[in-house]
Structure formats: C-alpha cells, structure tokens
Design a protein around this ligand. Structure first.
Ligand code: UTP
Length: 467
C-alpha cells in the first residue's frame, strides 16, 4: 500500500496515530513503516480490541469434566504401532516443529533450537530433533518432511543454524521453514503501539498461529502434494520427545481422530500444565490459571487427582482437520505486559510496569471443533522434559539429567548394567544419538552381542564406530 492507502486504512480503523511521526522519518524509515502497516490485518486488530473489555479472561464455566484418556498396552498397543509403522512406510507422515517462541525465560540469545542441550556432545535441540527424523526416514525408507515454524525475530538465525550444519543431514527438499504471523500490541484504549517513530511493536501470534501460517505460506499445499495424511506436532524445547511415535500416530489413525494429544500425570496439583476436558459435549483445554484451588486439589474415588493428566503439547493432526482449522478464527488470548513505546517526542521508553496488551492464539483452541479426540497417556520421564527456565525445574540442568536417565533405562532394558548412586540416579552420564538408536529395540540390535560394561560416561554416537 502507498502512503494514502495506508493513511485511509489507519483512519478507517481509528489508528491514524501510527503515522504521527511521519514527517520526521527518513525515506528508508517511511518505506519500512508503510511495509509494516501493509501487514496489519485490521479485522484481527478490531477483534483484539474487543477482547480488551474482559481481557480475554472470561470465567471458565464450572461444568467440565476431565476428558477420557487412553492407556495403550498389550495387543492394542501392538496394533497401533503396526498401523503407525505402515503410515510411515507409506510416506504419509510429516512433522511440524514449532520454534517461533522468544524463549524469554531461558534468556538464551538465539533461537532456542540452537541451544546446546545434549549432556555429553552438546548437540543442539535442532540436531537432536533432526537426527530423530533422519533415523525415522532411514528406518521406514520414505521421506519424513519437516516443517519448522519460525517467527520474524528468529527466522534468519534458524535457517542459518540449519545451513551451517548441512541441514543436519536432512535432505534439503524435505525441510521447510515457515514464518508465523505477528500481531501488534495495543494500549488500554485499543491503540496500536509504536516502539519507535517508524516502528510498530510486533510480537509472534502464539503457537496457535501455526495453523494460519501453514496455510498462508503454502505448507498445507506442500503436504497435500506429498499426499500426507497425518502430521506430528511438537515444541522445540523438549529433546526427549518421541517424534512420530508409531503407536501414537497409529492410534490416531485407527480411531479416525482429528487431533490426538499426549498427556502425562501432573507432577503435583499445582503444575502449570493445561488439562483436556469435556464441556457441554465438546473438548477443550482448561489452563492451570483458570482452575480454583478446590479443582486442582480434588481427588477421585481412587485417590488420584481428578484432573490427573496434563497436556505436554505433543499432538497428531489429520491433514484435513489441520486445513479446516487453518481457515477458522481461533479465540484470542490477552496478556498484560511491559511493552517499549515511544513518548510524545518519539523517544523509546521501557516501562517498569505492564503498560500494554499482547495477543496470542493457542493451538489447543481447535479442540472444541474436533469430532474425535484421543488423549494418550505417556510416561513423563520418557517423553517430557522441556527446557523453559535458566535454572531449577525445566531447565537445561534438569533436562540433561532426564536425558541421561532415559538412556540409562534403555540400556538396562537391554540387559546392560548402569552404575547408580545411593538415590538410584545413574552415577555416569549417558548420551545416545538418535542415529545410533531410536529406542531400546534398536539399541539391542546395535550393541555388541557380548554387551558392554559401563564404568564411565558413555556416548553412543551417530556412527557405529563411536560405541
Ligand atoms: P512457550 O510458551 O514455552 O514460549 O512456547 P517460549 O517462547 O519458548 O518461551 P518463553 O515463554 O518466552 O520463556 C512453547 C513452544 O511454542 C513455540 C515455542 O518456540 C516453543 O516451541 N512458540 C511459542 C511458537 O512457535 N510461537 C509462539 O508465538 C509462541
């Protein structure tokens, strides 16, 4: 849009102030501002402003109950596993990795995926995920395309990280990057915030933005052209995720589900995981912040927490449902935050207190639209150890220990003794590259018949000679 078009659009939306420093901007800044204005979706912005009345925190109705969960064992597990393997062998499965977040709690200067997490080699989150996908595609003899969602702030650095590492050996044609949408922040009067005279403050539109971004950037078209049916979705910060776990993918398919979720037992009643519930016959997610203490603490007849399981943001989508939801308007979530904004003279001021509203979409808001939802229970220690904080729970240190402990269990499952300390924790550090083994079954095949003795840290690397 040119200046006049931008001005008209802004005036029509009562956002004319965005051009208030126009005369003071250089030609380059003017050009950039027009480009930014062109990206604004005024329908979205008016929807956001309407959320400011109740700050999006509408009370959750009390009449919900935890959704049904599935524990997959025995024959049922085997059947699901076989179906999942068949889908992988037919090349029907693709992977969506969401990596557009800002990682503010971790405080790492770069895309979170480039964070070195492996306990011995320091392999990055991206490398670990990529090696799992490469190992899957080698195991099943078909491409397993990877769709990586970035955001404007980390897109270039993410692509660079893959390029610098030869795409972690994944075929270039099977890795796609797509940038999620961005939304402006609004002041309490619903006005777009300028962080500098020629710069609108934008932030990523949340992991729910995955859906519209997949559509708008041609990723859904790519999935369709590859005849994919099933998409495995996960977050960048969890290196113990079982990517495209055949049993999970297969169960989703056997049940004709629209969306499936992995859930695990909450650490304690106060853990901040969302819970899948049914309300008025529809599925939905209740967030931790929406629960009363009584609801969090409530137990069932067996003494288990009533809201026992939390969602760990590992999903499977059917492509048809993904496409349907990419065209839907998801609800908007509002957060009161500190947002830098320019004062009357155009000077950027960093506030000490929350001064503005940021907006996001959440992926789980598709749940009420799904006809069939499967909630598969998994063991937290095997599948969920996110890197969220710099220290303490869910930090790099806790995650490295969880990775090593998981590999120790695999070794013990195949008959290798792992030295443990008085608390039962492995007293050595263990790392197994996904290209060496994706699980205990492959580990059994890859280890020498006479087994191995562990008396020090153990690295089973990508190539067999590293045993
Ligand atoms: P989190 O909600 O944990 O956010 O994202 P974060 O940005 O990683 O970390 P904080 O909250 O700033 O400390 C969970 C997952 O969703 C992705 C993240 O990259 C992560 O994989 N995400 C989040 C996006 O892709 N886009 C977003 O807008 C938000």
């Amino acid at each position: 849009m040119n200046f006049v078009e931008c001005q008209q659009a802004l005036d029509a939306a009562d956002q004319g102030h965005v051009l208030k420093f126009w005369e003071k901007l250089s030609a380059e800044e003017q050009k950039s501002l027009l480009e930014q204005i062109t990206t604004l979706n005024f329908d979205d912005i008016s929807r956001m402003a309407s959320y400011l009345d109740d700050k999006g925190q509408a009370a959750v109705q009390a009449d919900f109950a935890p959704a049904e969960s599935v524990e997959l064992t025995g024959d049922e597990r085997l059947k699901a596993w076989e179906r999942g393997e068949a889908l992988l062998r037919d090349g029907k499965v693709g992977i969506i990795l969401v990596a557009g977040g800002q990682g503010s709690r971790l405080g790492y200067d770069g895309p979170k995926g480039a964070y070195a997490i492996a306990p011995l080699t320091g392999a990055t989150l991206f490398e670990i995920h990529a090696h799992k996908i490469l190992a899957l595609s080698e195991r099943y003899g078909k491409p397993v395309p990877l769709y990586v969602m970035t955001s404007e702030g980390n897109d270039a650095a993410t692509r660079q990280c893959f390029a610098d590492n030869d795409n972690f050996d994944l075929p270039v044609e099977d890795v796609h990057f797509f940038v999620q949408g961005k939304w402006p922040a609004l002041d309490p009067d619903g006005k777009i915030i300028l962080e500098a005279p020629g710069r609108i403050f934008f932030s990523p539109d949340g992991h729910g933005g995955t859906l519209s971004a997949l559509l708008n950037t041609g990723m859904i078209a790519d999935m369709t052209s590859r005849s994919l049916s099933t998409l495995f979705y996960f977050q960048v910060d969890n290196p113990v995720v079982e990517i495209a776990d055949p049993a999970f993918v297969g169960l989703h398919d056997l049940r004709n589900a629209d969306i499936s979720l992995k859930i695990c037992e909450k650490r304690d009643p106060d853990e901040g995981l969302g819970v899948v519930v049914v309300r008025d016959g529809l599925h939905g997610m209740v967030e931790y912040t929406e629960l009363s203490d009584a609801e969090k603490q409530r137990t069932d007849a067996d003494g288990n927490l009533w809201l026992r399981y939390g969602s760990i943001a590992i999903h499977v989508f059917s492509l048809s449902f993904l496409e349907q939801e990419a065209r839907a308007d998801l609800p908007i979530h509002v957060a009161h935050k500190k947002v830098p904004m320019c004062d009357v003279d155009g000077k950027t001021v960093k506030p000490d207190e929350a001064n503005a509203y940021k907006f996001e979409k959440f992926i789980f808001d598709v749940l009420p639209h799904a006809n069939t939802v499967v909630n598969l229970v998994c063991a937290r220690e095997d599948e969920f150890s996110p890197v969220k904080n710099a220290e303490g729970a869910d930090s790099p240190a806790s995650c490295r220990a969880d990775m090593s402990a998981k590999f120790a269990r695999w070794l013990e499952q195949v008959g290798v003794a792992v030295p443990r300390d008085g608390d039962g924790q492995p007293s050595v550090t263990i790392e197994i590259d996904p290209m060496f083994a994706l699980g205990p079954e492959e580990l059994r095949q890859r280890l020498p018949e006479e087994g191995i003795v562990i008396d020090d840290d153990l690295l089973l690397g990508a190539s067999p000679c590293e045993v």
